[in-house]
Write a new protein. Structure first.
Length: 254
């Protein structure tokens, strides 16, 4: 059976990956890039630049759907959004250029160690979580670094930006919603950069499968974010960040 010219049996695994990764990403503000890139590179044997390009093209559509859902559920802090967007885009474009021209894998183990530590700290913070929120102060540099690592490392916007904003005391619900909404503009800029560097090689059956699964899951993630208690949301962020970062660290060292 074929769908839009692609063999359905060939794209079903990618549909499942896209759905699961986007459901997690939409609910806790991270993990789509990390999960999909890990599977595409480590399991499917895809080159890092091609894997990152495919994921970012899919994210143009899934983050648009997720962002709209977060806006409708009033999960977005527009002041925070305005301070994250431009630095994130600049960092993302630079990271995409670096990945397609220079081997950026050397820094990946150090980034994964850092993110694992952040995940463990968030788990610690979540146990004693209170509802006293603070306005985050370090935003623009965070956006730049998150955007750079996201495109150069094949995933990192959510883990870097969401986790650090939570550490600074930002509300879990609006943090997840704002970071997801900002990601649409980041992934669009990054995807355009990848296309100018490697052409349209990223448009494959794998891309199409990830897109179908991601689009179905995107609205559900925003709905879950609004209804998950803040303490549980922080626990989920910490757990996913720790697990994915440690696994990525293991794969980069073996």
């Amino acid at each position: 059976m074929e769908i839009f010219g692609f063999d359905l049996s060939a794209i079903l695994p990618f549909i499942a990956i896209g759905f699961g990764a986007q459901l997690v990403d939409g609910a806790i503000g991270m993990a789509f890039g990390v999960i999909t890139n890990t599977l595409l590179v480590s399991v499917m044997g895809m080159p890092p630049a091609q894997a990152s390009a495919r994921v970012h093209i899919v994210e143009m559509f899934t983050t648009a759907a997720s962002g709209i859902s977060h806006v409708l559920h009033k999960n977005v802090d527009w002041k925070l959004f305005s301070r994250l967007a431009i630095p994130g885009i600049i960092g993302g474009v630079l990271g995409a250029y670096v990945l397609t021209n220079i081997d950026a894998a050397v820094a990946k183990p150090f980034v994964m160690v850092y993110l694992s530590g952040i995940g463990i700290y968030l788990l610690y913070r979540a146990w004693g979580y209170t509802h006293e929120h603070r306005q985050p102060k370090v935003i623009a540099p965070l956006g730049f670094i998150g955007g750079f690592l996201d495109s150069a490392g094949g995933g990192g916007w959510g883990p870097v930006v969401t986790s650090n904003l939570l550490i600074q005391g930002s509300s879990p619900r609006t943090t997840v919603g704002t970071v997801n909404t900002t990601e649409f503009f980041l992934t669009t800029a990054v995807s355009i950069t990848f296309i100018t560097q490697i052409g349209f090689e990223a448009f494959t059956a794998a891309t199409f499968g990830l897109l179908i699964g991601g689009l179905f899951a995107a609205p559900l993630g925003a709905y879950l974010t609004k209804r998950i208690p803040p303490q549980r949301l922080m626990l989920m962020v910490g757990a996913i960040l720790t697990i994915t970062s440690m696994f990525s660290l293991y794969k980069s060292l073996v």
